[in-house]
Design a protein around this ligand. Sequence first.
Ligand SMILES: *[C@@H]1O[C@H](CO)[C@@H](O)[C@H](O)[C@H]1NC(C)=O
Ligand SMILES: *[C@@H]1O[C@H](CO)[C@@H](O)[C@H](O)[C@H]1NC(C)=O
Ligand SMILES: *[C@@H]1O[C@H](CO)[C@@H](O)[C@H](O)[C@H]1NC(C)=O
Ligand SMILES: CC(=O)N[C@H]1CO[C@H](CO)[C@@H](O)[C@@H]1O
Length: 689
Amino acid sequence: MKLLRVAAAAVVALIGHADAVSTFEPARPPAAPLAVRAPYLNVWLNGQTNGQPSGYLAGQWPRYWTQGIQAWQGFIRVDGKAYNWMGGAPGAGNVDQQSLKYTSTRTTFTMNVGGQVQMIAEFFSPVYPDDLRRQSIPFSYLKISTASLDGRSHHVQIYADVSGEWASGDSSQTIQWEHQAGGGIRSHKFYRQNQEAFREANDQASWGNWYWSTGDIRGLTYQIGQDTVVRGQFLSNGTLTGHIDTDYRAVNDRWPVFAFSRDLGAVGRSGSASTLFTIGIAQDDAILFQGQGNSPEQVPSLWTNYFDEEDLAPFFYKDYSYASQYATNFDNRVARDSIAAGGQDYLTITSLAVRQAFGALQYTGTPDNVRVFLKEISSNSDIQTVDVIFPTWPIMLYLDPNLIKYTLSPLLENQESGHYPNKYAIHDLGRFPQALGYPQGNDEAMPLEECGNMIIMMLSYAQKTGDVDYLKQHWALMAQWAEYLIEDAKIPANQLSTDDFAGHLANQTNLAIKGIIALEAMSRIASLTGHSYLSANYSNIAKDYLGFWSRHGINRASVPNHSVLQYDSAATYGLLYNLYPDKALGLKFIPQSVYDMQSDFYKTKANKYGVILDTRGTLTKTDWEMFAAAVAGPSTKAMFISLIAKWINETPTWRAFTDLYDTNTGGYPGNQFTARPVVGGVFSVLALQ
Ligand SMILES: *[C@@H]1O[C@H](CO)[C@@H](O)[C@H](O)[C@H]1NC(C)=O
Ligand SMILES: *[C@@H]1O[C@H](CO)[C@@H](O)[C@H](O)[C@H]1NC(C)=O
Ligand SMILES: *[C@@H]1O[C@H](CO)[C@@H](O)[C@H](O)[C@H]1NC(C)=O
Ligand SMILES: CC(=O)N[C@H]1CO[C@H](CO)[C@@H](O)[C@@H]1O
């Protein structure tokens, strides 16, 4: 399905693309992932704040998810005339973008260069759910291919550079660099002189080494120096000088750039050999973590188990054809499954979410003790937030349930070794990349939410993998959380739910049902772990609470009936998304009539872009809508899916896929809730199959 942009005339006027209006397939995303592989490799093509539409690569700077520019500049020369195909540097007119297409792992731009040459730029961030060695490398690919458009042969040179902005979120910091050749590639390695491990500046890492590489092949030239000098050299001459400026200086002091160019020679109709670039960051130690020891440990990046640092870039570069084959199969699998489960609109949603969800994960530890740390990107950068892991959880169920174990492991280790005093489950482990926990117990309290989330996700992992020992091993802590659920799940105290922007509220119907379902889950866990004598107890309590919930949590006076936001408040309602785990765990505990009731009700409440989260406002959450959709009847499910796909294509927002938006305008508030891993929740439908 191809969708032409709306307001094409306005696009032409604003962007100045003389003839070109790009197509967008399967949709025009609010932001297009370029290199999105890890928390610190998270670069997007956004729109502009001044009313310009998003999705045109030429003339715009790629940006980190924070909106900080990470300059990535591309030029192409055809028969001596230069064009800009990426980045905001002056000196050449823009190529005409013909299309932007995204799949789960790739964003591909097709450009018309002066009517003479077609250029394809493929930004490729692989995802390897079942291959820890490859998944552990935080690197990404850019492949450029060219062919003649007019049947004639043309002399073509291409150029790409990155700036020091990739290496520091504080551009007054001094960076250093070296140019390296070996293993068949050439790399510009650059890094902050003042390495500050486990610290960030504007959410970028303040430690580690960046590698920007390409094949050491015929026609390659390179240069490091001031932006205007290096780019000017290419624009005027089509080659680089090989000069390495060794005046190490601040990122913003005569802006050093790290450039490659390649002379492709004569490019005819059959095209040129493609040119492959890779970009990535190597940090030997990744996370500071308070685990079972008395003091925090420095947890290494997982790749350190498989590679020496100097082998990372050559391995990744040479692995391209394997990566490409693997990713094509992966993309096809997501496409096939999504279309079968929810049609093309569902694929529009799922395929935009994959790189973003994995892009928040930092793979650390050893193969025997993998710890995947998750960054709560944009909503204050907490690490290992349980109610951010929970909405992300469906993509883990679908792609690799071991990810549930890898992400919960640091939470369990921290709490089981006595570093957390509260009897309920911890909310997060601190501020990324420091997972120091809360020895004083002063985390953002979401007790009912997190106790329910932990128990539900732990049972799901054991069900999917058959690893019952895992439940036995962690029984004591789960039983402790279950005690909290017994106390609080029936009549929830005044507290926050995961939707903390909405504030505190007592008697939240949706929160209560999560706790009640988790108690039913506990009865299954008791049976599996040799605590059968407790199984009936948990189950009886859950049934008793469910009876109470049905009397106070449902408005039976209205047509159709519906659950309320708060017990006995007939005029309120919201998405009852916490029904989802009952289906995901196969508990068959909640009567089908409750599902049917909600399914019928949502259909009567659709705004232009979705159903509101609850009656406190007009906002909604993409992840929770998809949780609600997954357990609804076919026509309600289709309604949610088509409204969210429509939102993706039409939203005026221009940052990475937000999970919070206004159901009437399609916009969203503030700068938060962008690039968050919770979009993994859109896999809710596939996780049930
Ligand atoms: C919560 O619901 C219970 C049961 O209906 C009721 O007794 C209690 O007053 C409610 N609490 C608040 C704060 O609304
Ligand atoms: C089982 O539940 C009852 C109340 O329903 C309680 O009195 C009893 O202590 C529970 N037994 C165990 C072993 O927890
Ligand atoms: C609402 O609930 C009441 C009581 O359970 C029931 O009699 C009625 O049929 C329901 N109405 C609708 C429209 O579901
Ligand atoms: C100054 C400079 O870099 N000149 C180069 C321009 O490009 C030709 C090849 O196209 C080189 O031979 C020159 O050295």
